[in-house]
Design a protein around this ligand. Structure first.
Ligand SMILES: [Zn+2]
Length: 211
């Protein structure tokens, strides 16, 4: 895809995410592979007001090639791309319901959310919790790298989701599905629930192999 078109897509997606309250203030960052590196939203930028010309372009060592200085969370994206060759885009948000799930004690850290819907199984499937490290702590990058080989969707404890996809649209669909499911999960607290059973989950995975 042309660099200029991809830049427009990142900015359009950022505005859509921000306008729907899926991240707030200057939190959240979006990246996508381009012809000669990858594009990332700049540090301190508000996803609702991105400028296509000022997006950070980086090489595969994380060095800035052009544009504004990159998000301080650039290493999260780089770790995902390094471990997931086929991913074309990565989105990290501080989406409220997902963050709430990342704070609840006592959930299975290998798989935080039950298979409430078929779309959750198709777009996320399995969601591990990455232990808490302070933002910017490089140990967090190593931790993400440890999970990214097996998982395209991770939830950082007390922080938020990191999701990779085969395209910008696929990554957006997945992170939004995660946020919607986290919201459902919280709404259902205190109710007797009937998540999909193992046979139903296996059937969905057969019909829609993970991308
Ligand atoms: Zn963050």
């Amino acid at each position: 895809m042309q660099d200029s078109k991809l830049r427009e897509q990142i900015c359009d997606l950022g505005r859509s995410i921000y306008d729907r309250g899926l991240t707030h203030g200057s939190t959240g960052n979006i990246s996508a592979k381009c012809e000669d590196g990858w594009l990332l939203t700049p540090t301190g930028s508000n996803l609702g007001r991105l400028d296509p010309a000022r997006l950070s372009k980086l090489d595969w060592n994380g060095k800035l090639l052009s544009g504004d200085p990159p998000s301080k969370e650039n290493f999260l994206h780089l770790a995902m791309y390094q471990e997931r060759e086929r991913n074309q885009a990565v989105i990290h948000l501080h989406s409220t319901h997902s963050v709430a799930v990342s704070v609840i004690d006592g959930l299975d850290p290998n798989d935080l959310l039950p298979p409430l819907t078929a779309y959750y199984v198709m777009r996320i499937g399995n969601l591990p919790l990455v232990p808490y490290y302070a933002p910017g702590d490089m140990v967090l990058a190593d931790a993400v790298r440890g999970y990214a080989g097996k998982h395209h969707a991770l939830l950082l404890a007390n922080h938020g989701p990191v999701v990779g996809g085969s395209s910008l649209a696929a990554a957006a669909d997945a992170v939004e599905e995660l946020e919607a499911t986290a919201k459902l999960f919280l709404m259902l607290q205190g109710h007797r629930c009937r998540p999909l059973n193992a046979e139903q989950v296996a059937d969905i995975k057969r019909r829609y192999p993970a991308g």
